[in-house]
Design a protein around this ligand. Sequence first.
Ligand code: XUL
Ligand code: CO
Length: 450
Amino acid sequence: MGLWDVDKIEYVGRQKGPQEGLAFHYYDADRVVAGKKMKDWLRFGVAWWHTFDQELVDPFGTGTAHRPWYGKYSNPLDEALAKVDYAFEFFTKLGVEYFCFHDRDIAPEGDTLRETNANLDKVVDKIEENMKATGVKLLWNTSSLFTNPRFVSGAATSPFADIYAYAGGQLKKSLEIGKRLGAENYVFWGGREGYENLWNTEMKRETDHIAKFFHMCADYAKEIGFEAQFLIEPKPKEPTLHQYDFDAATAIEFLRNHDLTDVFKLNLEGNHANLAGHTYQHEIRVARESGFLGSLDANQGDKLIGWDMDEFPTDLYETVAVMWEVLQAGSIGPHGGLNFDAKPRRTSFYEEDLFRSHIAGMDAYAAGLLVADKMNQDGFIQNLQAERYSSYDSGIGKDIDEGNVTLADLEAYSLDKPQSELIAATKSDHLESVKATINNYIIDALAEVE
Ligand code: XUL
Ligand code: CO
């Protein structure tokens, strides 16, 4: 079934057994959960690069995807323009309000930056018309500073000054496009901003270069009145051996060291978290608690494969954790959303799998929101955390929290306490029961969905 044969995807309620049709079973856009419509908690976005450009290649094989534009256009610009019609039909039928793109996803490069920018202008004209006609908005745009061979050793961390300069010129145009299309955020993923080998790398020099680059971008955005929230998207490695924006904590430290905390928040991605040795929840928690939660790239990795799989998120346990963090934060970020930085598996190559994969991801996040809301209403996690730290509510704990003690006070308090008293001060957290309770919440909250 091709895009033009598909009807608008509707919410039909929970359905037991095989999920055959093209319909939502948990994502009910206008349903109010925790004071907001589902669509406003989730703010789903479609990633242009995976959905319209990805041929489903892997390191061992060429593309398997069936797409209606293959072999139809001799001029790449004509193909790019045709994809705009397809994209907006797709957004509308799926019922998502946002999309995201890299500059190089939407228009082919020319030989010079000037030619490339002219190509971009033609496609952006058409995107702008379609945005006006459909009401679909730009969650964020970004610049691909990693695909072309000129960026072989990075862009704003390249050892080659001409490449750094080109990246700046490319970025300038991208910010102008963001302004023109009303992008709510602007993302920087440092695809090759890292190193392959430390022996030939001046790490401090490279990170100073990229900090200067970010300041220039912030200055230019201000100059043209582009008010999007800037976001850094951390990833520890791949394609480089080491990427400087390794994880949330490292990126925040970088922003603090380079006077960029007013300009940036973070765009966090599930699979990137796993590559850094973290859960997705960990990365979101780090950002949330330090005020840097900006937006989310919704996908998941695989326990058995150590690379960036960009799978559509279907792991309910993880979507519950993510949405629980989001409920605590009050939103995904000031202008954040859930961008599906995800592609169907190479074996899901039909056009209709573009719908099936998005539906699976949207339902998994809607279900995660419903479960997290139930847990939140019951105060389950809040209560267990309050109980766990209750020794800080009074006595020595309160003095510690309020900063009223010295090491000498702590010594005096502890000097004659017998071991038996100290062991009695620790309590089992019954962690397995906590996990079993979360399972119960998943089962119960979803069984209630009509
Ligand atoms: C790569 C990745 C990018 C960014 C945008 O792993 O996540 O697609 O989201 O450049
Ligand atoms: Co991403």
